[in-house]
Design a protein around this ligand. Structure first.
Ligand code: BEZ
Length: 258
């Protein structure tokens, strides 16, 4: 993903308002099951919270993220861990890892075949890949509301949409084309409470929907935000809480022994 395309990532905002992302990602750490001494590449590590958790379990974690601001924050939080700025499509370290892990990142990478080649290239023979990200239908209501609100301003949302939400069938094909052996794949709805009370949908848009708003002035951004809020309120706001219509894909795949 291009940081500039989606509006610069705000790492402080991400950690204070979007901490549920790494909280929900703990299940993916369990899916991977890193053990003492294993080398793990965390692809799309954000501000490093899950890399930190895997390190506590004894793994030697390298975190990679496209966003410089996220990596700066990760280095501040976990100075003892290795973090690098890198693109999931092209990252090559020359190292072979026991495992590759990714949470809530791959839906930002529509070039899924390229990202899967990065994963396969990074794994040693016999190494494994565990990932979770947005699956087909993820945040469909939020996405539709953004599209409608942006169109009202005379902006075509399609080329600004940064997200990739494949079906399981599509994604297991991606992994198989990269030479990985998929042993587990599931897609499930996970309605997700967004923190921040009445303001939560604004926080979410601020954190994640920057690419739709790029180049607009403050007044247009406010109109778009209000329009999105009004469209979604009847569906996603109840008793003071906004709930995102999240839908996840989880996969576990191995690189064959060779
Ligand atoms: C997600 O985690 O599913 C997600 C987060 C931000 C924007 C879009 C989707």
């Amino acid at each position: 993903m291009k940081e500039a395309e989606q509006g610069k990532w705000d790492a402080d905002h991400y950690d204070t308002q979007m901490h549920f992302v790494s909280k929900l990602g703990r299940g993916v750490v369990e899916l991977l099951g890193p053990v003492q001494g294993e080398s793990v590449l965390d692809l799309g590590c954000g501000t490093g919270s899950l890399a930190g958790q895997m390190a506590l379990l004894g793994a030697e974690v390298t975190g990679v993220d496209f966003s410089e601001t996220m990596i700066e924050q990760a280095r501040l939080k976990y100075p003892e861990l290795l973090f690098e700025v890198g693109d999931a499509r092209t990252y090559r370290s020359g190292r072979k890892f026991d495992a590759v892990f990714s949470n809530a990142a791959l839906h930002w990478v529509p070039q899924a075949d390229e990202a899967a080649r990065t994963v396969a290239e990074a794994l040693r023979p016999g190494g494994r890949f565990a990932a979770e990200f947005g699956g087909f239908g993820n945040v469909a209501r939020i996405e539709r509301a953004i599209h409608e609100a942006v169109r009202e301003e005379g902006i075509d949302p399609e080329p600004r949409n940064p997200w990739y939400y494949p079906t399981i069938g599509e994604y297991t094909g991606v992994l198989e084309r990269a030479g990985l052996d998929v042993r587990f794949a599931e897609r499930f709805d996970r309605p997700t409470e967004l923190p921040g009370g009445e303001e939560a949908i604004r926080h979410w848009l601020h954190a994640f929907a920057g690419s739709f708003l790029a180049g607009t002035d403050a007044a247009a951004r406010e109109r778009i935000t209000q329009s999105v809020e009004e469209r979604l309120r009847p569906e996603l706001f109840r008793d003071g809480t906004w709930t995102g219509d999240y839908c996840r894909i989880r996969v576990l795949a191995w690189k064959p022994q060779g």
